[in-house]
Design a protein around this ligand. Structure first.
Ligand code: T4K
Length: 368
């Protein structure tokens, strides 16, 4: 049965509309639309409290936030990242002349394998940018140990991991800093948006300066910077969505259980698993298509699309197989066997408040 309307991966979760409209009226009344207004300040205070972190600087999006973070940390030369990530992770480095060096991932968690990371370190390496892919945290302790051993910096692209914890502590507290995305397609959105969380006062100050062209007062620029500011309207959306954070996480957990009950009965298909005691947003419903499944991953995606279920292949084919990296580093794939294997098998299914048990049942009926 074809769904009447397309079911997107990344259909936004939207909070209390009346409350949002009240915020908009207040913003218009104040005639203060951007540049660290009241909504941005309130949003940042709430983020800090929720994450238990000293600083959380909101940004226009996570891509610019990654660029600012890398620059503020003085990363240069080579920085190690996974290829199994959204292209923004690599581009944020390449845009400022830093070479992203792709290290392979762990077969079970799809996150950077600390052993593979250490193998990629050269005299040019200045840092590691771990990515908590699909909201499962990296092996933070082991990555930190590698960084410390080699005297390089560790930061995280935590675009997927807002609301998640590692060993009981909220993501946002690890490495030199961590970068969140609040893009419309994330389970918690501010239309567009992001934030950099850190417990380092000096780094936070530098990031605040760089986000606002390097201004340290009227007519006084003391640092190179860009425009990374979040608007008031985006912060208002973030504040409204904060009120339903627990609800969305509960919906995603319920969806996960519904998918799991159906998918575990299907030969050759498996859902990724989460570390139960940890907090997790479960915002991506990720399944792996194995050899025993009657269709290839691509055939399954095609079949679902024909029924208006717009499943995705995140993060196929891997950053190293996209330009400019494919041309600049044509042999990178030779050292990425796990990435290449996993990227060929992944399918991401719709979740969030746009789907329910009945819809999931129908989707699984198409798959099974
Ligand atoms: N690091 C990582 C690890 C990331 O995954 C991302 C972004 C970033 C960094 C950078 O964060 P931001 O700079 O974006 O804050 C989407 C998102 O745009 C992107 O934010 C996300 N990761 C990535 C995994 O997915 P696309 O190009 O695949 O799809 P897009 O944005 O066209 O939308 C996906 C689906 O959602 C579409 O089928 C339609 C649906 N959709 C989309 C929007 C915007 C809606 O239903 N409503 C909407 O408003 O990148």
């Amino acid at each position: 049965m074809k769904f009447e309307k397309p079911l997107h991966v990344g259909c936004p979760n939207i909070g209390d509309r009346a409350k949002f409209h009240r915020y908009v009226d207040e913003i218009f009344d104040r005639r203060w639309l951007t540049n660290r207004g009241q909504c941005v300040q309130e949003f940042e205070a709430r983020l800090c409290e929720y994450l238990g972190v000293k600083h959380c600087i909101t940004m226009c999006n996570a891509t610019i936030a990654l660029e600012i973070a890398a620059k503020a940390l003085d990363l240069k030369g080579e920085v190690i990242i996974p290829s199994m990530t959204f292209i923004a992770t690599a581009h944020a480095l390449q845009m400022q002349g830093i070479k992203p060096v792709f290290a392979d991932i762990d077969r079970n968690t799809y996150n950077l394998d600390p052993v593979a990371v250490e193998r990629m370190i050269t005299p040019e390496t200045t840092g590691i940018m771990g990515v908590h892919v699909y909201s499962r945290s990296c092996d933070i302790e082991r990555l930190q140990a590698v960084a410390d051993k080699h005297g390089i910096k560790l930061m995280f692209d935590a675009a997927h991991a807002f609301g998640c914890s590692y060993k009981g502590q909220m993501i946002g507290n690890f490495g030199e800093c961590e970068v969140f995305s609040f893009h419309a397609t994330k389970f918690f959105n501010s239309f567009e948006g992001g934030a950099i969380a850190t417990n380092d006062d000096e780094l936070a100050e530098k990031i605040r300066l760089m986000q606002n062209f390097g201004f340290a007062g009227a007519d006084k620029v003391i640092y190179v910077g860009t425009n990374g500011k979040m608007t008031e309207i985006c912060a208002a959306m973030g504040l409204v969505n904060f009120d339903q954070l627990d609800k969305i996480m509960a919906v995603n957990k319920r969806n996960y259980e519904s998918y799991r009950a159906a998918i575990e009965k299907i030969d050759g298909l498996s859902l990724i698993e989460f570390d139960e005691p940890e907090k997790c947003n479960r915002q991506y419903m990720v399944a792996e298509v194995g050899d025993e499944y009657p269709l290839s991953r691509d055939e399954l995606v095609e079949k679902l699309h024909a029924e208006n279920v717009l499943a995705r292949k995140y993060f196929w084919p891997g950053c190293h197989n996209m330009e400019p990296y494919k041309s600049l580093q044509p042999n990178a794939g030779l050292l990425l066997p796990v990435t290449e294997k996993v990227a060929r098998r992944i399918v991401v299914l719709p979740t969030g408040t746009a789907v329910d048990e009945r819809i999931i049942g129908e989707i699984c009926g198409l798959i099974g």
